[in-house]
Design a protein around this ligand. Structure first.
Ligand code: 5GP
Length: 180
């Protein structure tokens, strides 16, 4: 893309699709006896969720949550607000949370705690991207797409001020506020 705010490509389209196909196979095998309820974390995970779900060969169900982390545009504070809660009751369900990216791990730690008290039969997480070296606590991810270096990234669902979500690859963001 001819946009000075879009930097180096971190994960190419084809790498994304290949890895997602693998993840779909793994999930299909692991959950063969217990088809999961996929819980997508909006908005960032919408594209990953759509592709991952099509790679899973099981009768899955879907729900979505929208959360926002307080903090600056490119850094989270760990204080999470639920903007949209689940529609479904997850008690007794095998829940697989589908996340776009884990950075400090604080958002996920909050989500996990919030969902665990609702009594799911199991609760696991599939994150497309995991940033190296920044987690303050063990993120305990059952499935990870890619480990990436700790730069702010955009594309494939991830935004900078609501833009760039439709890029078909993941790239470094080099625009205003980058690197803060
Ligand atoms: P954490 O709480 O793990 O530090 O951050 C998780 C959330 O912050 C993600 O769900 C995502 O919304 C946002 N986030 C973290 N790193 C990035 C990034 O590099 N790019 C974008 N666009 N969002 C990020």
């Amino acid at each position: 893309m001819n946009d000075p705010n879009v930097g180096r490509i971190v994960v190419e389209t084809e790498e994304l699709q290949n890895r997602i196909a693998q993840l779909g196979k793994e999930i299909s095998a692991d959950y063969a006896e217990t088809p999961p309820l996929l819980v997508g974390v909006l908005k960032g995970a919408f594209m990953f969720m759509a592709d991952l779900a099509r790679a899973i060969d099981l009768p899955v169900e879907f729900d979505f949550m929208a959360v926002s982390s307080y903090g600056s545009a490119t850094r989270t504070s760990g204080v999470v607000r639920i903007l949209k809660d689940l529609d479904l009751d997850i008690s007794g369900r095998h829940v697989l949370v589908v996340e776009d990216i884990v950075d400090s791990g604080l958002t996920l730690a909050y989500l996990r705690k919030n969902l665990a008290v609702r009594g799911p039969a199991s609760l696991n997480v599939c994150a497309l991207l995991l940033k190296d070296g920044l987690q303050r606590r063990d993120p305990d991810l059952r499935y990870v797409g890619f480990r990436i270096p700790p730069a702010f990234v955009i594309g494939y669902g991830l935004d900078a001020a609501e833009r760039y979500r439709n890029l078909p690859y993941v790239a470094e963001y080099t625009g205003p506020e980058a690197g803060r």
